[in-house]
Design a protein around this ligand. Structure first.
Ligand SMILES: Cc1ncc(COP(=O)(O)O)c(C=O)c1O
Length: 373
């Protein structure tokens, strides 16, 4: 049985009757860049996140970049983040001329370990940038408490976590600002590139609104040198339609995750831990296995697609070799990257496909050895 990690064609078939008239509306109004669909999406996504503001942008990377600038990051500042992430998190820091300072992860959650943050703080630390990796909220109370104590601001990388809750509160409003990505594979994906910054802070929102549009505060009134980071009208129209489905799609992801956990209990593999007070939105359902190559091959032989998020931590990427971190510097992140494997978890999987994946993984992993003695 074929099980893809994603099925955007099936999703389009479901949504086509709503999408096409919405795109037609954008064309009729010629509102190709920003415009009324984007403005409506900004209001709806801010409501969804429970934040005062949402500023729609061209990509999640742009949201991280402008978020860092809005929080005052300048050349030679330091930004604390996790090396267990997509490269864009670190790139945004580099765009500001600042330096990413990596802190290792908590192996139980794959997120930044708050117990290791304080020793990485220096007088140059400007921002802490936790990632809600795979849709699982980072330890925000501890991170916020450290930030408050040292007068350091917090930017959430919520690119993978639309709708996730931490202690009952949606991500996006847990720090000073948050960056979202709407890349097509995300839980809420555009039909092209897209991103947004959410915040409760009027000044941050005002800065990001101008910065995305060449620093303009009024037409041809450029207060500072900005960027072209505007969202396209088509993306606003598509995202509004998909946002209305996000609750149902997320529930289905969570249901699949519960079923995987049930079947895989006792198998020779590890699964990140969910805090019962929080709500993970399962952008990815990952397992950790010692025999990853053989697991991938066995699943591929059964037509089950898998992906590795991510095979190499950021500090070991050639792009960041100038930082000079040898292997072994962040051992938990490195171990995670050596063992991690993402199983299909998209909302259109059937019960049969879910059972097939779970049983195939269980068989390939084998049983956990009973404790000796
Ligand atoms: C954790 C994380 N941060 C940032 C990004 C960058 O988002 P985008 O691809 O929209 O620029 C992504 C996704 O690609 C991501 O997964």
């Amino acid at each position: 049985m074929k099980v893809p990690v994603l099925d955007l064609k099936a999703e389009y078939a479901e949504l086509r009757d709503e999408i096409l008239p919405a795109l037609d509306r954008v064309c009729q109004n010629s509102s190709f860049v920003l415009g009324e669909e984007v403005e409506a999406f900004e209001r709806e996504f801010a409501d969804f996140c429970g934040t005062k503001h949402c500023v729609a942008l061209s990509t999640g990377t742009a949201a991280l970049h402008l978020g860092l600038l809005a929080l005052g990051v300048q050349a030679d500042d330091e930004v604390i983040t996790s090396p267990n992430t997509f490269l864009a998190t670190a790139e945004a820091i580099t765009y500001c001329g600042a330096v990413p300072v990596f802190v290792d992860i908590d192996p139980a959650t794959a997120n930044l370990d708050p117990d290791l943050i304080e020793r990485a703080i220096t007088p140059r630390t400007r921002v802490i940038l936790p990632i809600h990796l795979y849709g699982r909220p980072a330890e925000m109370d501890a991170i916020r408490e450290i930030g408050a104590r040292h007068n350091i601001r917090i930017l959430e990388d919520a690119a993978q976590a639309h709708g996730a809750r931490y202690r009952g509160r949606r991500v996006g409003g847990l720090g000073h600002a948050a960056a979202f990505s709407f890349y097509p594979t995300k839980n809420l994906g555009a039909y092209g590139e897209g991103g947004a910054l959410t915040t409760d802070d009027d000044q941050i929102a005002r800065f990001v609104r101008a910065a995305r549009n060449h620093g303009q505060t009024a037409r041809y009134e450029h207060e500072f040198v900005g960027y072209n980071y505007r969202m396209q009208g088509f993306q606003g129209a598509v995202l509004r339609i998909k946002l209305r489905r996000l609750y149902a799609w997320t529930s289905r992801r969570q249901e699949i995750a519960r079923e995987y956990r049930r079947v895989l209990a006792g198998a020779r593999l590890e699964i990140p831990v969910d805090d019962p007070r929080d709500e993970c939105v399962y952008h990815q359902f990952v397992i950790y296995v010692g025999n990853r190559n053989s697991m991938v091959a066995q699943l591929a032989a059964r037509e089950i697609e898998t992906v590795i998020h991510y095979p190499k931590p950021v500090h070991l990427q050639p792009a960041y070799s100038s930082l000079g971190f040898p292997p072994g510097t962040f051992p938990r992140a490195e171990r995670a990257c050596d063992r991690v494997l993402s199983l299909p978890v998209h909302p259109r999987l059937t019960a049969k496909q879910v059972a097939y994946v779970a049983n195939s993984v269980r068989e390939a992993a084998g049983e956990k050895q009973a404790a000796a003695g």
